[in-house]
Design a protein around this ligand. Structure first.
Ligand code: TYM
Length: 331
């Protein structure tokens, strides 16, 4: 059975981008794969959260994973820092990761621009930790959104390089999981620029109340409207349609598409419908999140079960890696 590994950083609540770019595939894949889904709390340390925020966010994302339908009896659901073998593999992989290639990574350059006062070594070696996450379970497939494409390419490079240096076939080369031949998913934000993201302030969270959703959607950036029939949609408008496509029925999408094409569209109506359809989609998830957050005992039993299963798999790989490298025991 192919092995699947993927994770989400614990830097805040899950948003629609996380759901449609990643979690939706997790739910589907857990039935047919040996699946490992984790919360990347070590990765989130690059932004220096307070201890309270770190703990609260990990707990929140754990509840959100489960509320979305990830089944801890089927998939291995765990917290990255519960598996110290990952940190050791990260150290070992760092020896064959080079400054030039790490500095060229788009996500590193972006972060260095966003937080110029905190360009730490963890940011630079972020793709190495991500590679360790993936290859420690010998993953074949990694369900991620488009924004992680380059990081995943680096994981492939590091896995291939390790196999080549030591002349082994220890690590399968992990591939992105792409649903039915489509491109990797990119969910846009509400500000008309680029992707929906936690730090961009343009996201709708799964845990947002209907009021918050409505407020955010009604404020979404638009233009002054189409003036010529059948004109191509500018990015800000296409973004709203992309969101509509993931949460609304095809009828609703074609209704507004038609109105756009004959220049009668009123963006206010489209936004109202979008807010309503997002709310309908997120409400049952939000209610489950609230229930799960009130159940400490269940959350800790899930984390314990996941940690045990993930450590068993990770320590098997790490033992092999140590032997291949020549780190053998003298006792
Ligand atoms: P993170 O936490 O930023 O995002 C988690 C997942 O959500 C996807 N995603 C999106 N997909 C489509 N459109 C969007 N607007 C959007 N925003 C986020 C991401 O592509 C990702 O799949 N480095 C990773 C976490 C990670 C990881 C790993 C992933 C750590 N180790 C190993 C896979 C395997 C990250 O920061 O994702």
């Amino acid at each position: 059975m192919p092995t699947v590994v993927s994770g989400i950083r614990s830097t805040g609540n899950l948003h629609l981008g996380n759901y449609f770019g990643a979690v939706k595939n997790f739910i589907e894949m857990q039935h047919h794969h040996d699946a490992y889904f984790f919360i990347a709390d070590l990765h989130s340390l690059t932004t220096h959260p307070t201890p309270e925020h770190l703990y609260g966010n990990v707990r929140q994302v754990l509840a959100e994973y489960l509320a979305c339908g990830i089944d801890p009896e089927k998939a291995t659901v765990f917290i990255q820092s519960d598996v110290p073998e990952i940190a050791e593999l990260y150290l070992l992989m760092n020896m064959n990761a080079y400054l030039g290639e790490l500095e060229r990574t788009t996500s590193f350059k972006d972060k260095a621009r966003q937080q110029p006062d905190n360009v730490n070594a963890g940011l630079l070696t972020y793709p190495v930790l991500m590679a360790a996450d993936i290859i420690i379970h010998k993953a074949h497939l990694v369900p991620v959104g488009k924004d992680q494409e380059q990081n995943l390419e680096m994981a492939r490079t590091f896995a291939r390089r390790f196999n080549r240096i030591y002349n082994v076939e220890l690590f399968p080369i992990p591939r992105p999981y792409i649903f039915e031949g489509q491109d990797m998913v990119k969910i846009p934000g509400l500000d008309g620029t680029g992707k929906m993201g936690k730090s961009e302030g343009n996201a709708v969270s799964l845990a947002d109340s209907p009021q918050e959703i409505r407020k955010k959607v009604m404020k979404a950036v638009t233009d002054s409207g189409p003036t010529v029939p059948n004109q191509q949609k500018p990015e800000v408008i296409q973004n709203l349609f992309t969101l509509l496509e993931v949460v609304s029925t095809p009828d609703v999408v074609s209704h507004f598409d038609l109105q756009y094409n004959n220049c009668t569209i009123r963006y206010g109506d489209l936004k109202k419908q979008l807010a309503e359809d997002i709310t309908n989609f997120t409400t049952p998830i939000r209610e489950r999140i609230e229930m799960l957050l009130a159940d400490d005992k269940y959350l800790s039993s899930v984390a314990k079960l996941g940690a045990d299963k993930a450590r068993a798999s990770a320590s098997r790989t790490l033992q092999e890696v140590r032997a291949v490298i020549g780190l053998k025991k003298f006792y």
